[in-house]
Design a binder for this molecule. Structure first.
Ligand SMILES: [Zn+2]
Length: 282
């Protein structure tokens, strides 16, 4: 089984997670830039983070046989902080870099006017750079947030089939599907979607434009939830080919819209003795 996790924050995960993910079948992932918990106070702090998503994390992932790509953006929460918004002026030169396969994650947190501005500006950047966009939908007041998101996408220069609407659930999936966007489901240990509910939605909506991710970060989350969904699909009667479509071919098709996916990471040498991770420059 080959798995592509289309949304996971490896910056906040350990090398043991990379190992467990490889053992579970994960061979590729996309790490979108997000809020790190500690508020940033200047654009420079974003730029160091973007560089780590383009340098250190792909290096670390490759040692465990996993192809790492990233999505870059000003995240919805920090779009409200005027100390952070100037990062939008320097984002374009980072979006030009080869490891970047989308603009993201963008979208709404509290649905403020500042978030409106940042979302619209970054959808335009995606269109300008020939990149798809990973759009987070808010966790509170989900349907209102989704509708407003779809409106902004519709008014943007980016076609809906270049947009992935993420963190969907039973409340939002129908309108998201009707919008023509790709559908993303984040599967968590004890909040939002679980694997059984995801399988129920797959039965109703099919496997055509659906992506499943762990969205694992520094909160309670599980980087092996992609595999858990694959196993739940098989137990529910989906075929190996259905699983391959949802867990591999769909994310490859979506992020492949960037023209920048490189999935040929070599099988790792055995690192089980000695250092768990090589350091740059060794
Ligand atoms: Zn995220």
């Amino acid at each position: 089984m080959r798995i592509f996790d289309p949304h996971i924050h490896m910056t906040s995960r350990t090398t043991d997670d990379y190992r467990a993910m490889y053992d579970a079948g994960v061979r590729a992932l996309v790490e979108p830039s997000f809020w790190l918990g500690q508020p940033r106070t200047s654009p420079a702090s974003f730029l160091d983070y973007f560089d780590s998503l383009l340098g250190w994390e792909p290096f670390r992932a490759a040692q465990h046989g996993i192809a790492h790509h990233c999505a870059l953006a000003l995240n919805p929460k920090e779009a409200n902080d005027p100390r952070c918004t100037p990062v939008l002026d320097v984002l374009p030169r980072h979006l030009a870099k080869d490891g970047v396969v989308a603009v993201g994650e963008i979208g709404y947190d509290s649905m403020t006017p500042a978030e409106d501005t940042a979302l619209a500006a970054q959808l335009q950047l995606a269109a300008d750079h020939g990149l798809p966009a990973l759009v987070h939908t808010p966790h509170r007041d989900k349907l209102t947030g989704l509708r407003r998101t779809i409106d902004v996408v519709r008014e943007s220069a980016l076609a809906p089939d270049r947009v992935l609407l993420d963190h969907l659930n039973e409340t939002t999936v129908k309108e998201a599907a009707d919008s023509g966007a790709w559908l993303g489901f984040s599967v968590y240990p004890d909040t939002k979607m679980d694997e059984a509910r995801t399988v129920t939605i797959l039965k109703e909506y099919g496997t055509g434009r659906v992506l499943v991710n762990s969205a694992a970060d520094w909160g309670r989350s599980d980087p092996l939830k992609t595999r858990a969904v694959a196993d739940a699909m098989l137990a529910a009667g989906f075929t190996d080919d259905d699983v391959d479509q949802v867990l591999w071919r769909n994310p490859v098709a979506f992020y492949g819209l960037s023209g920048r996916l490189h999935l040929d990471v070599p099988t790792p040498p055995d690192l089980h003795e000695g250092n768990s991770v090589r350091r740059g420059g060794e």
